[in-house]
Write a protein that binds this ligand. Sequence first.
Ligand SMILES: [Zn+2]
Length: 328
Amino acid sequence: MGLATGGYNISLDARDPESNVSFVSHAHSDHTAGLRKGRKVIASSITWKLMSARGKKGTELIRAPEEIELLDAGHILGSKQLLAQSEETGISILYSGDYQMQVSEVAERIEIKEADVLILDSTYPYKDVIFDHRENVIDAIQKYLSYKSEKGIVLFSAYALGKAQELIRIANEVGIVPVVDGRIAEMNEIYVESGIHLEYFSFGSDSEGIDTEIRGNFVGITSSHTGKVEQSISHAYGRRVFTAIATGFAKMSNLGKDVQFPLSDHADLAQAKEYIELCNPKIIYTYGGRENSIAMAENLRDSGYNAHPYFLGGKTNLLDSSLITQRV
Ligand SMILES: [Zn+2]
């Protein structure tokens, strides 16, 4: 991929041997493939801290050239979109990374600017996946936590970065201080340093607080999805463990827990259209896995947008104006 600007050839959340700088939109591991030893990286300082805590070493954070602006993406703490402007052609290009239009209490609100070319995340391209209003999902989780934690141990599975912190906040709001595993606690520290207030205990800590907490029923949050934690907790405490999960994929499949909540940090198709209206691009390249990017492009074209799967754009300098005139 050639997003060539400011003397750099920038890869977008991906490994690309032709690039000399990696843009990392956020610290989720499926977006950090561009990191390797000796690599120059463009990312937010929070993404850099989160990645460093997850062991991404040997890379160098550089200041983005002045042709590039990083905009908050609303997905997780520190997540950014990349807006590049070509002085030569006057073309602007916006790469969304993972983003959402809804507002999470533990991430920055999305910031949107207009661009000629939009490279759009395609995680949820489906017409029949419609996310509920966040407040309603949060309300359902809080009611569940309050009710079930009277009856037994509640164990939530969640990504260590982003979703776990939002669940902690959701639990805190109804007076529950959850117990989390070490991977989540490590990410929490960076959230807290960044001014996000979170109250939690860590598994494996021998503090008085956690002993007291664990003597009774408690709410646990684990980054493991194997079910082993559930078994060992049930065995250790001899009590019923209610299992739960919070993810947008709860809208699409049975995830094997007692209950699943569709709490997503991504845009659904309706949010994608809202985003596109505000970006007002001349052309959209849908980005992601092959199937998803094809489905996203088709569904956007059905709504009248000039959208094409990104891989068909291929190894091209997207700031080249001929590309836009060619497609429109
Ligand atoms: Zn992500």
